[in-house]
Every structure is written in structure tokens, then in C-alpha cells.
Ligand binder design. Structure first.
Ligand SMILES: Cc1ncc(COP(=O)(O)O)c(C=O)c1O
Length: 388
């Protein structure tokens, strides 16, 4: 059968991070002992009180459609959280609960960008921004940031890439893959550029709770005059170790959210009813375990950065946030893709080649340290043996 596909499928590729995990799974099925440092999944279980709230709801018969934008208790909880944690004021009608942060991002993109529009993204950047923009029909413009300058975002870099068609700018801090946390100066540059060029900002804050040392997360929507042009994207996957629950949200001006609701209600109807009860418990319940997870990741950050820096030709800076190490491996004489191949074939460690995060990252690889100390120590031993 000669199948024909929509033109938007064109050059789209499956997610490269999912591809690494698939490859690891395949090798494991062949009986090989492979470690997967390719994914972005907290290695902690979802806290019990969250599971219990969802399971109670499930057994109480909360198994039907709920309000498309999300149950009121959860939207109220998110509005409260945004106010308390982020200094962002949002009307409960300016919030949509979605099946994962991914769903919030693509529904927002589909509502705001289309053919003829430019979407500005920063490299290195998350693997799904460009494919999502492509699906919407929009064009992606990449602003390449320099690793030697700690991936600093400047007004000048933004201005050079803005076109008359630039509708959106996607900002992600703490950043996946580099771990970079935006400073107030950088946030000011982003906000000034957005206002001057009349651009809507998508602020992807999914790693907001995972910051190390003195770094502080800053929300774009809390900046002067930015609430009216910012959509805050966040979710429960990383902070509450709830990746499999598929719960995220977008929050912003009611007028924009109303339009995104059209895409959301026609495509997913609503996020899972009883899972939303778990998310209410997540926001209302104790938060101390987030600090405990971050403490563990901070310890593992040291373990992996020290270990990688002992490999000849690897240079690994300290990630400021999130849970990825992002070394430059050009000192080996090989690029990130070649190193990733050797890592999986010889060291039996799955890592993501930097090219997945933009052309400027061809010399990098990404390793997730959201894994146990034992697995990370074993991974470092294997990589040191393979590359020494
Ligand atoms: C930067 C970034 N944004 C958004 C997401 C989406 O997360 P989820 O769909 O699990 O909420 C991820 C997941 O890895 C991510 O790394």
C-alpha cells in the first residue's frame, strides 16, 4: 500500500530522547546490561499521599469526564501556587489542566502560531519545541547561545533574530539540556525584547523547583507588564515525580486561554479525572520531599560532573538546575553523536547526543543524573573505561 501523509509530517523525526530509551530497552531485551541515562524521569516514586488521593477518587467512582479546563479545586490550587511560589496572579479561568506539560505546549502553539509565523527558540533547547512549531505550520528561528558564555541570553542576540513575523518566543529555565538558570539581567532582556517587538512569551518552568547553589528561579509572568503577554507552562512530572500521570498546565491571560481551550477541548477533552485529584493533594500536601529529591540530585550532580571531568577530552560545567549533565566532548576529537554511539556500544550507557538540542550542540552529550548513586557510579566507571 502506498500511504500518503500530511505535509506537516515531512521531516519530523521521533523524539531523540525517546529513541535512546527505546534503544536501551531493545538491548536489554537481548539480555545486555545497559544503563539508560537518556531520559528525563525522576527516579523517586510519586509520594504516597498523592497516590492515595488518586486511588481514593478512582474507587469512589471519579472515573468520568470532568470540566475540560480541569477540576475547579485543581485550577484554584494552581492559581494559589502561582501566586505563592511565583508571584504570578492568574484568574482561575486563565488556567487549563492538560495531560502533561507537552500537551499544554502544543495546544498553546496551535492556538497562537501557524503558517507564516516565526517562533523564536534558544539553543540548546528542549527537543520538542521545534517539532511542535512545525506541526503548527510555523517556522522556527534558532538563537544559538554560546557554552563559553554560560549560554547567556542577551537583548542583542534576540534582536538579531526577530523578524516582522515573530509571534512567539519560547523560554525554558532551568534549561533542559544545559541546566542554565536565567539571571534577572537575562529575564530583563527577554521581557524588554518581547515588549518592544510585541511577542508572546511561552515560559516553560517545568524544572523550576530543581535549582542548585544560589541560583533562583524567576518567573517571566511576574515581571512588570509581562502577565498580559506570557503563558506560564508547567506541570507535575518533575517536581512531584509524576511523569506517568500526565498532568501539566498552561496559565495566562483569560483571552488567550479561551482560544487555547478550543484546541484542548476538541483534542483531549480533559486531563484524567482521578489523576487530577492526586495533583490537588500534591499542591495541598507537604512539600518537603521536593527538597529531599533536589538534595539527592545535588549529590549526584557532583558525582557525575566530577566523574565526567576525569575523562580525557570531556569538559562538564556545573548544571545550575534541572537534572542533566551536559559536557562538551570535543576534546576527544569526536563529536557528541560519535561519543554517544561509543557510550552505548562499548560502555553500555545510553546518553543523548547534543545535536538533538540544536546544531550548536553537536559537540555535547546529555546525561540524566535522575538515577541512583549506584547506577551513576557504575555509569561513570564504564564511561571512564571506554574513553580512557
Ligand atoms: C523542558 C521540558 N518541557 C516540558 C516537558 C514536558 O513534560 P511533561 O509532558 O511530562 O509534563 C519536558 C519533559 O521532559 C521538558 O524537559
Amino acid at each position: 500500500m502506498d500511504y500518503r501523509f500530511a505535509s506537516r509530517i515531512g521531516n519530523l523525526q521521533p523524539s531523540p530522547t525517546v529513541a535512546v530509551s527505546d534503544r536501551v530497552r531493545e538491548l536489554k531485551q537481548q539480555g545486555l546490561d545497559v544503563i539508560d541515562l537518556g531520559g528525563g524521569d525522576p527516579d523517586f516514586p510519586t509520594p504516597e499521599h498523592i497516590c492515595k488521593a488518586a486511588s481514593d477518587a478512582l474507587f469512589a467512582g471519579d472515573t468520568h469526564y470532568v470540566a475540560s479546563s480541569g477540576i475547579p479545586e485543581l485550577r484554584q490550587g494552581i492559581a494559589r501556587k502561582l501566586k505563592d511560589d511565583n508571584d504570578v496572579e492568574v484568574d482561575v479561568n486563565g488556567i487549563i489542566v492538560t495531560p502533561g506539560g507537552k500537551s499544554a505546549l502544543i495546544s498553546s502553539l496551535l492556538a497562537l502560531a501557524g503558517p507564516g509565523d516565526d517562533v523564536l527558540t534558544f539553543d540548546p533547547g528542549w527537543v520538542s519545541y521545534e517539532p511542535m512549531a512545525t506541526i503548527s505550520g510555523a517556522n522556527t528561528i534558532h538563537v544559538s547561545l554560546n557554552s563559553a558564555d554560560n549560554y547567556r541570553i542577551t537583548r542583542d542576540a534576540i534582536d538579531k533574530h526577530v523578524t516582522p513575523n515573530t509571534r512567539l518566543m519560547i523560554v525554558n529555565s532551568p534549561n533542559n539540556p544545559s541546566g542554565k538558570v536565567l539571571t534577572q539581567d537575562e529575564v530583563d532582556a527577554i521581557c524588554a525584547a518581547a515588549k518592544e517587538h510585541d511577542i508572546i512569551v511561552f515560559s516553560d518552568e517545568i524544572y523550576e523547583k530543581i535549582v542548585y547553589d544560589d541560583n533562583k528561579h524567576i518567573s517571566i509572568a511576574a515581571q512588570p507588564d509581562m502577565a498580559e503577554r506570557t503563558l506560564t507552562h508547567n506541570g507535575f512530572s518533575k517536581a512531584y515525580a509524576m511523569t506517568g500521570w500526565r498532568l501539566g498546565y498552561v496559565a495566562g491571560p483569560v483571552e488567550i486561554i479561551k482560544q487555547i481551550m478550543k484546541i484542548h477541548s476538541h483534542s483531549v477533552t480533559c486531563a484524567t479525572s482521578f489523576a487530577q485529584r492526586g495533583a490537588v493533594a500534591a499542591l495541598d500536601g507537604p512539600q518537603h520531599f521536593i527538597g529531599e529529591m533536589v538534595q539527592a540530585w545535588d549529590r549526584r550532580r557532583k558525582l557525575i560532573v566530577d566523574g565526567l571531568n576525569q575523562i580525557p577530552g570531556f569538559h562538564c560545567p556545573w548544571p545550575e538546575g534541572a537534572f542533566y549533565a551536559y559536557p562538551d566532548v570535543s576534546g576527544t576529537g569526536k563529536n557528541g553523536s560519535e561519543i554517544a554511539e561509543i557510550a552505548i556500544n562499548d560502555a553500555r550507557v545510553g546518553v543523548t547526543p547534543g545535536i538533538a538540542f540544536g546544531d550548536a550542540s553537536a559537540n555535547h552529550i546529555r546525561l540524566s543524573f535522575a538515577n541512583s548513586d549506584e547506577l551513576l557510579e557504575e555509569s561513570i566507571n564504564r564511561l571512564q573505561t571506554a574513553f580512557s
